[in-house]
Design a binder for this molecule. Structure first.
Ligand code: SAM
Length: 237
């Protein structure tokens, strides 16, 4: 697999272990300490997670299905997946994120009334380039934004190589409207400006998948005022 250029990846790791961790933990959490923009992003992201779960469940029960959640963050997807009976392997480049995801799993994945407890996700601090093994499904939500298109191809190829049946990805689509918003954003950088963000054209992602023999089967678009994500499900051709 192709590596994200040393510099970039170190910056991303450092950010998500420190200020980025604090910022995104708030956004992905449920407390009131978020501003209007963060609340909007929280809503958009929650929709992405919900759409992902629906895409998965459309194809049948998740009971016993093995899922790799690459770049799991605070566990927003891993936890509901485990509740659905999936066998989840969750990892993130940030140790802080993984610790938080693990903590939240312990709090939220408790035994139900009939006494059956969901299987806890297995967690690891790992960048996705060093993931290996095979899973029924590989999912990578809102991580591509940290990859320029030149590195995204290798990242997509690697994730596809880990998946037997399907790969679900979300990314910020490179459309005129969103490009414009981003430019406006760059004119008014807030105090907690994220690391550099990369947008991706759907055609580029589709081409990267095609190169390794995968094709897009389903897609969705999630938009709120400040959050834009293209969600795709790919399968082997
Ligand atoms: N997928 C989660 C979700 O949707 O709730 C988290 C999304 S968050 C915007 C991006 C996450 O990707 C961060 O937790 C960050 O640490 C992780 N990340 C960034 N680059 C990564 C890499 N190369 N390998 C693994 N994780 C990475």
């Amino acid at each position: 697999a192709e590596e994200v250029g040393g510099g970039d990846k170190e910056v991303v790791r450092e950010y998500f272990n420190n200020s980025g961790f604090q910022r995104w933990k708030k956004i992905y959490g449920d407390t009131d300490e978020v501003n209007r923009v963060q609340r909007d992003i929280r809503l958009g992201h929650a929709k992405t997670v919900e759409n992902t779960l629906n895409m998965l469940k459309d194809e049948g029960s998740l009971q016993g299905v093995t899922v790799c959640d690459a770049g799991c963050g605070t566990g927003s997807l891993s936890i509901p997946l485990a509740k659905e009976g999936a066998v989840v392997f969750a990892s993130d480049i940030s140790a802080a994120m993984v610790a938080e995801a693990e903590k939240q799993s312990k709090e939220q994945l408790v035994a139900s009334e009939n006494g059956s407890a969901p299987v806890m996700p297995k967690f690891a601090v790992k960048d996705l380039e060093s993931l290996d093994g095979k899973y029924d499904t590989v999912i990578c939500l809102d991580v591509l934004i940290h990859y320029p298109q030149s590195k995204a191809d290798g990242m997509i190829a690697h994730l596809a190589s880990l998946a037997n049946n399907r790969l679900i990805l979300s990314f910020a689509p490179k459309t005129f409207y969103y490009d414009l918003l981003k430019r406006v954003g760059e004119l008014f950088p807030g105090p907690s400006k994220a690391t550099r963000a990369y947008l991706h054209a759907e055609a580029d992602v589709e081409r990267a998948l095609k190169k390794v023999g995968w094709t897009i089967r389903k897609k969705g678009l999630i938009t709120t005022q400040f959050y834009f994500a293209r969600l795709i499900e790919a399968v082997p051709m």
